[in-house]
Design a protein. Sequence first.
Length: 329
Amino acid sequence: TLTSPCPQCDGVVKENYRRYACTGANGEGEGCGFSFTKSPAGRTFETHEAETLLRERRIGPLEGFRSKAGWPFASELAIVTDKETGQFKLEFDFGDDKAGEASGEIVDFTGQTSLGACPACGAPVFAHGSNYVCSKAVPTAAQPAPNCSFKSGQVILQQPIAPEQMQKLLATGKTDLLDKFVSNRTRRTFKAHLVWDKAGSKVGFEFEQRESKYPARAAKTVAATAGKTSTSTVKTSKTSTKKAVPARKTAAANYRPDAALAAVIGSDAVARTEALKKLWDYIKAHNLQDPQDKRTIVADDKLRAVLGKDRAGMFELTGLIGPHLVANA
Ligand SMILES: [Zn+2]
Ligand SMILES: [Zn+2]
């Protein structure tokens, strides 16, 4: 049992086999549905960590997580409200230091070793928060008003950027070929060098020159990339990977059907789309479409408990099952 209460209902949060879960006010009930996994990304919480996370709604950065592809990463974790379901859930937060920026807090780099000279203004660059920043890009005692904007994430598209790589970027304008970037759009990993894009005044990608079966085309691609670096650059300071992980989790089976929905589609964890598909399987199997108008679903007892009414339009289904899907953290 954790001493901090459920963020959703103030109930008692207890540890079960795989999760920390709300057990309601008396600690013996079903609870409100709030729970989070004990082992996000292959790393098991210490009890005191779970306690801190619950109390502060945030912990970290913690090290020792492993991605699905098997590489290690560090991240903060936060308990946030799921925009879709309104439920609290656990989320990796790779941070973009917005809070720090807004607070205008004076940063003290005393005792820190600079990784090199800022490519924009020449001032020393340091590791700071979840970024590498130019010492003139943050408020310091010597310089309360920042006048540079150089900032680059320590994790970019899930690829950790080691200090040595940042040193290399600052010294030569380019990192080694890094192979653990994960595209937000395609979810595929890709290899790239981080490069300093002078024209755009930002850190961008330079893609590996791939050996191809189609040399002509490959050459063209490379030329296009080299010629128009700006199109492939990203503003790394804002390229928080915050969205990447939750988005990928959306596609995974990250919702648990509640009791009413489980009676219809089973209790296996599902992705949203999968839940809808299973619901349709049930509707079809039980012949619950109005014969006069196939777009109208005529609920049986089990389905009525989910839809909350006797008849529902097919386009309402997604919205109606939403409240019956409990985020799996
Ligand atoms: Zn609760
Ligand atoms: Zn600078």
